[in-house]
Design a protein around this ligand. Structure first.
Ligand SMILES: Cc1ncc(COP(=O)(O)O)c(C=O)c1O
Length: 381
């Protein structure tokens, strides 16, 4: 262990959990130092509610006491699942204790021996682990490369019983969006099922905030949709929604559901009130996306390698992990929290600063971030 940790230190890849305290939707203290926070997934500021305290004070328990199929499934858990199904316009939904567990449990339960499972190379670790745990034959395709997917399917589809493609919709580090319309065409051509993880897209895309699938109007074509409660929904937990058969199947076969304690009841209650707010935040969704376009433009004009787009996840490419860490540190000195993202979270040559925008960031905060990014760059050795 020591050797491997030392190796990480030498490569600027060592991680520490910094003690942080969020003091407002856009401010954070990191190791006691107050900074403007550009490192949260609470894109709509929904987690800022005092509901948690008052709800937990009125409940006799802190934990749910058991896995859902034993005694850990209360009327609040059932109500949250119904609320999620309504929010998503789906027949049914099932709640897991985390988004991670939802991905791992769902993919490994659905894709079985004799099946082919395609996975985008930039998928989140939880989809990757779901593929690893599945007994299907997994093939990783280059990020969003539809020609590669076509080629794999042409060559291999006939060798397998069923076929699945699993993808993030809004990629968590690059901040770009899956080519769902093209994926769906391939799915129809090759008799393939699509499994999507809307973790970062829920609340941000779609008329009702259901995510990128809604924005692309592909709700009928994509049968397995996974989400997390921990990003724009501002809580904790994961969910899957779709047909009643899908939900019944996962309740029986998804091991991360069956064999894991359910979320505390007060979390389920607080999450329902967050969800109720999310549907009506259309104006905020539009504003957030326009803020993102503006900041991306500014950074591009300042000479940074930043992709165009409108998602609140903005990657600024850095030449190496060392430079990413150094830049993040210098931004900290100037009053900003912008995390450095390094391997193994991203491929070896793709270190970055990851700016996460929130609807609550003011124009002044965004302007001074742009200014400070330029300033900290000019101080590189
Ligand atoms: C794309 C994606 N899926 C799933 C997860 C896991 O969700 P959770 O944090 O709720 O476990 C994350 C978390 O970072 C993510 O970025």
């Amino acid at each position: 262990m020591n050797q491997e940790l030392q190796q990480r230190r030498l490569q600027s890849l060592f991680r520490v959990a910094k003690v942080t305290k969020r003091t407002s939707p856009t401010l954070i203290e990191v190791d006691g130092r107050p900074l403007i926070n550009f490192g949260t997934n609470d894109y709509l500021g929904i987690s800022w509610t005092s509901a948690g305290d008052s709800i937990s004070a009125n409940l006799p328990t802190t934990g749910s006491g058991a896995a859902p199929l034993l005694s850990g499934y209360s009327d609040h858990h059932a109500a949250l699942e119904s609320a999620l199904a309504r929010f998503e316009g789906s027949e049914a939904a099932i709640v897991f204790s985390t988004g991670y567990a939802a991905n791992v449990g769902t993919i490994s339960a659905i894709a079985q021996e004799g099946d082919l499972l395609l996975s985008d190379s930039l998928n989140h670790a939880s989809l990757i682990d779901g593929c690893r745990l599945s007994k299907a034959t997994s093939v990783v395709y280059p990020h969003s490369d539809m020609q590669a997917v076509h080629q794999i399917l042409s060559q291999q589809r006939s060798l397998f019983k069923r076929c699945y493609l699993a993808t993030d919709t809004l990629f968590s580090m690059n901040g770009d969006l899956a080519k769902l319309p093209e994926i769906v065409v391939l799915a129809e051509t090759f008799d393939m099922n699509v499994i999507v993880d809307e973790a970062h897209a829920t609340g941000i895309y779609g008329k009702n905030g259901r995510g990128w699938v809604e924005e692309c109007e592909l709700e009928k074509q994509i049968a397995v949709r996974i989400g997390t409660l921990s990003k724009a929904i501002g809580s904790v937990g994961g969910f899957v929604h779709g047909s009643q058969v899908l939900v019944d199947y996962l309740r029986n076969f998804a091991r991360t559901y069956v064999y894991s304690t359910s979320m505390p009841e007060w979390v389920a209650i607080a999450t329902m009130s967050n969800l109720a707010r999310l549907s009506s935040m259309h104006r905020e969704r539009i504003d957030l996306r326009s803020k993102s376009r503006d900041l991306r433009n500014r950074l591009q004009l300042a000479g940074y390698q930043v992709p165009s787009g409108d998602s609140p996840i903005i990657p600024i490419t850095m030449e190496s992990p060392e430079i990413a860490v150094d830049h993040s540190y210098r931004l900290g000195e100037l009053g900003f929290y912008v995390p450095a993202i390094r391997p193994p979270t991203v491929p070896a040559d793709q270190s970055m600063l990851r700016v996460s925008l929130s609807i609550d960031h003011t124009e002044e905060q965004i302007q001074s971030l742009t200014h400070s990014i330029r300033k900290s760059k000019s101080r590189w050795p």
